[in-house]
Design a protein around this ligand. Structure first.
Ligand code: ADP
Ligand code: MG
Length: 724
């Protein structure tokens, strides 16, 4: 195949494809949680006492009574078998952003050679995948590879129904033989438990008599791109690295802002409905869908749930987006920056904490100045984000998210908090020691009698803040689209637990001195805002002024790249934080650092190798062919006495040579493998390899603008972003 043959083929396939017809829409009530082993289904199939026991574990956090596992296992298996499952899988979340599963059959061979389906409590509760190949950051050497999965009863089991059959999936934690967490679920559960403990202590000190279990909640807005699979299949960069390593911007990109919230293209809407039906069957409350800013970019947001369940569901959402896209002839790109020059994709993690007795603890109500409970919890968040902002930066660090953070489309790498005018004002009053009231909600009067009047939020939105208060929750906006939400949630729960614990100690000390409770609280809030208020910033987070002020005047850190941010995991105060709160031991934390550093290095190396190979084997040949056409023409014309222009061939020759020279440099720097530390290696990736990759791209994209289109092998930006 030569020239643009495969591109033409791809366009032919796309324009002649038949769109999958929409499935007849089903009543929500009919399909909701059909494939989930819900509490209701447990209640129907379990003896009363056993159901009560398991329900207590799920809802109130009572210890799991493993003696009842056999009975639950049989009920779960009978239900799964009735839905066509022959296999079950312990599903776990290793230190990559992926979901892992090990499948086993229900089959048991009897003495007489017959087979029956069997599922015992002990295999429900515990599994032992031979999982030595999962990244573990040195916790296990391959000869000591034992790892265990253990049932997380608080996240419901479900059936994964694919065209290839049904499998009963059981959410589990994944730990080493020595008991260290090898996954993201274990520390998430620990962080939630620690936050619950500290929050309960504070609520009791504030005078609450009855305090139910406090849980963190998460609603994650997922952005993604869809491109036709025919294009993806002939772009090795998209296939292997999830993004375009080359590509001249399309003349039309997102400048008209005509895609954002535009009407959803038919083929995409059919895809979305298919995704939503699958999610509903799995009990995942998909709620919002719309076009995003960039062409072919979309968003899906579920209604929020308990953080642990929301995290498992978020992983399922990513899996289902990818799998369903395939069925519809798309490739779903969850990379943070698939296309240069148009917006990348993030995942806004909305997070709050609350319980069934006090409600949402981050809900300010109409008069936040007098809502002590809210002020204490909000101040705890402010203190935590100020003390541990660099941790929040580190947990969203990845090679792919580096393209987004700080690039004037996503929040900067500086972690600050947006509170909105009303709350900022309340905290200013607290700092001055004279709290008089809260700015009221306005009424929106549109000046047309037939239009409704409605209350206006007391604060506007701020798209430029990485950590914004949005009415009754915080929205962590720096998270990348392809990332697991577990690490951000672990970080937020952990810093809140530490802050609340500190607050509890201060309250106790004040009370012990015989000071009146309200005075103790007032003084405490003032001291927090005076010491940590510098993390609050309501202005434009994209502005250069802020970047200067944040670092020079407020002492906030600006960790621009993953290479700068990941080493935060090794800092003493972060190691102490995780150890003190009981979320990750030093060994577990450092193993995470090692794993994430390695993933960063590997990602950059894979991309760099791809840059070299695509430049040499796709782009260089196209340029040479065109150059040969041009120079033959110039020479031929010269023979008949015509001097033809040589500007373009000269330019192409120069660009081609410069590109090749840079490719050679890049190949050379890729040969270095001896690094003293992961930090050194990461800095080398960020500051030596990455810039050369960018340089190669600059030459290649300039060539794309010159070389005849019928010789260019790679689908262009305009084709991938606009042909549907
Ligand atoms: P926006 O684009 O305005 O941020 P969306 O509707 O796209 O709003 O998403 C908001 C997300 O925040 C949803 O997932 C929603 O369920 C979630 N959310 C709302 N309240 C809470 C809460 N108390 N805790 C966690 N998430 C919440
Ligand atoms: Mg949002």
């Amino acid at each position: 195949m030569s020239g643009n043959y495969s591109r033409v083929q791809a366009i032919y396939q796309i324009t002649n494809r038949e769109t999958l017809p929409p499935k007849p829409s089903q009543k929500l009530e009919k399909i909701w949680a059909l494939d989930v082993f819900t509490l209701n289904k447990m209640q129907e199939s379990l003896p009363k006492s056993i159901f009560k026991s398991v329900k207590n574990t799920i809802q109130s956090g009572e210890p799991l009574d493993t003696s009842i596992a056999d009975v639950i296992a049989v009920a779960m298996k009978d239900w799964a078998v009735s839905k066509g499952a022959l296999y079950y899988a312990h599903v776990f979340y290793p230190l990559t952003n992926a979901t892992a599963e090990k499948h086993d059959g229900f089959i048991s061979i009897q003495g007489d050679g017959t087979a029956i389906s069997e599922f015992a409590g002990k295999v429900l509760v515990q599994g032992e995948p031979d999982a030595s190949s999962f990244p573990n950051g040195g916790i296990r050497s391959t000869f000591e590879a034992r790892g265990y999965t253990a049932w997380d009863v608080t996240s419901p089991a479900f059936i994964m129904d694919t065209d290839n059959g049904a499998t009963l999936c059981i959410p589990t934690v994944f730990v080493s033989w020595t008991g260290e967490a090898l996954d993201k679920k274990t520390p998430l559960l620990r962080s939630n438990a620690a936050m619950n403990k500290a929050a309960t202590k504070v609520l009791k000190l504030l005078g609450e008599k009855e305090v139910a279990k406090v849980n963190s909640s998460c609603g994650a807005e997922q952005e993604y791109f869809l491109i036709d699979a025919n294009f993806a299949n002939i772009r090795p960069d998209i296939l292997l690295s999830g993004r375009t390593l080359f590509g001249k911007p399309s003349p039309k990109g997102q400048q008209f802002e005509d895609h954002y919230f535009g009407s959803i293209p038919e083929r995409v809407q059919i895809f979305m409905q298919d995704v939503e039906e699958r999610l509903y069957r799995l009990g995942i409350p998909a709620k919002t869908r719309h076009n995003e800013v960039a062409p072919n970019q979309f968003e899906i947001a579920p209604f929020f749930e308990a953080a642990n369940v929301a995290t498992d569901h978020q992983q399922l959402i990513m899996t289902i987006l990818r799998n369903t896209a395939k069925k519809h002839g798309f490739l779903c790109l969850l990379h943070e920056k698939p296309f240069a020059g148009v917006n990348g994709s993030g995942k806004h993690v909305n997070w709050s904490v609350g319980n069934s007795t006090q409600g949402n603890l981050l809900d300010p109500g109409d008069t936040p100045h007098s809502n002590i409970q809210f002020l204490v919890f909000c101040a705890a968040v402010i203190r935590g984000v100020h003390k541990y902002g660099s941790l929040l930066r580190a947990v969203v660090a990845s090679a792919s998210n580096d393209h987004r953070l700080g690039a004037n489309e996503a929040p900067p790498a500086i972690i600050s908090i947006y509170l909105g005018t009303q709350l900022e004002d309340v905290f200013e009053q607290i700092s001055k020691g004279d709290v008089t009231g809260s700015k009221p909600k306005g009424i929106m009067n549109l000046g047309v009698d037939t239009l409704p009047q409605f209350p206006k939020d007391p604060g506007d939105r701020n798209r430029t803040s990485p950590f914004a208060f949005t009415g009754n929750r915080f929205e962590f906006r720096a998270v990348g689209s392809g990332q697991s939400v577990a690490d951000p949630l672990i970080a937020m729960n952990t810093i809140l637990a530490e802050s609340l614990d500190w607050i509890a100690t201060e309250l106790e000390a004040g009370i012990a001195k015989g000071i009146e409770l309200n005075t103790v609280i007032g003084n405490l809030l003032k001291s927090i805002i005076d010491e940590h208020g510098s993390v609050v910033f309501n202005g434009n987070g994209y502005s250069e002024q802020w970047h200067k002020m944040a670092v020079e005047e407020r002492g906030l850190s600006n960790l621009r790249t993953t290479a700068d941010a990941l080493p935060v995991f090794q800092q003493d105060h972060i190691i102490e934080l995780f150890e003190k709160v009981g979320v990750l031991s030093p060994v577990e934390l450092i193993s995470r650092y090692d794993t994430y550093a390695e993933q960063y290095i590997l990602s950059i190396e894979v991309e760099a190798k791809l840059v070299v190979s695509m430049a040499k084997t796709s782009i260089y040949p196209a340029a040479i062919r065109y150059l040969s056409d041009l120079t033959n023409t110039v020479a031929g014309l010269k023979e008949v006495g015509i001097e033809f222009e040589t500007e373009i061939p000269r330019k192409i020759a120069e660009l081609t040579q410069s590109m090749l020279k840079t490719v050679d440099e890049l190949s050379e720097v890729l040969k270095k493998h001896d690094f003293a530390t992961p930090e050194e290696h990461m800095q080398y990736c960020a500051n030596t390899i990455r810039p050369l990759m960018d340089d190669v791209r600059t030459y290649a994209d300039a060539l794309e603008a010159e070389v005849a289109d019928d010789l260019w092998p790679l689908p262009s930006y305009q084709e991938m972003l606009f042909i549907k």
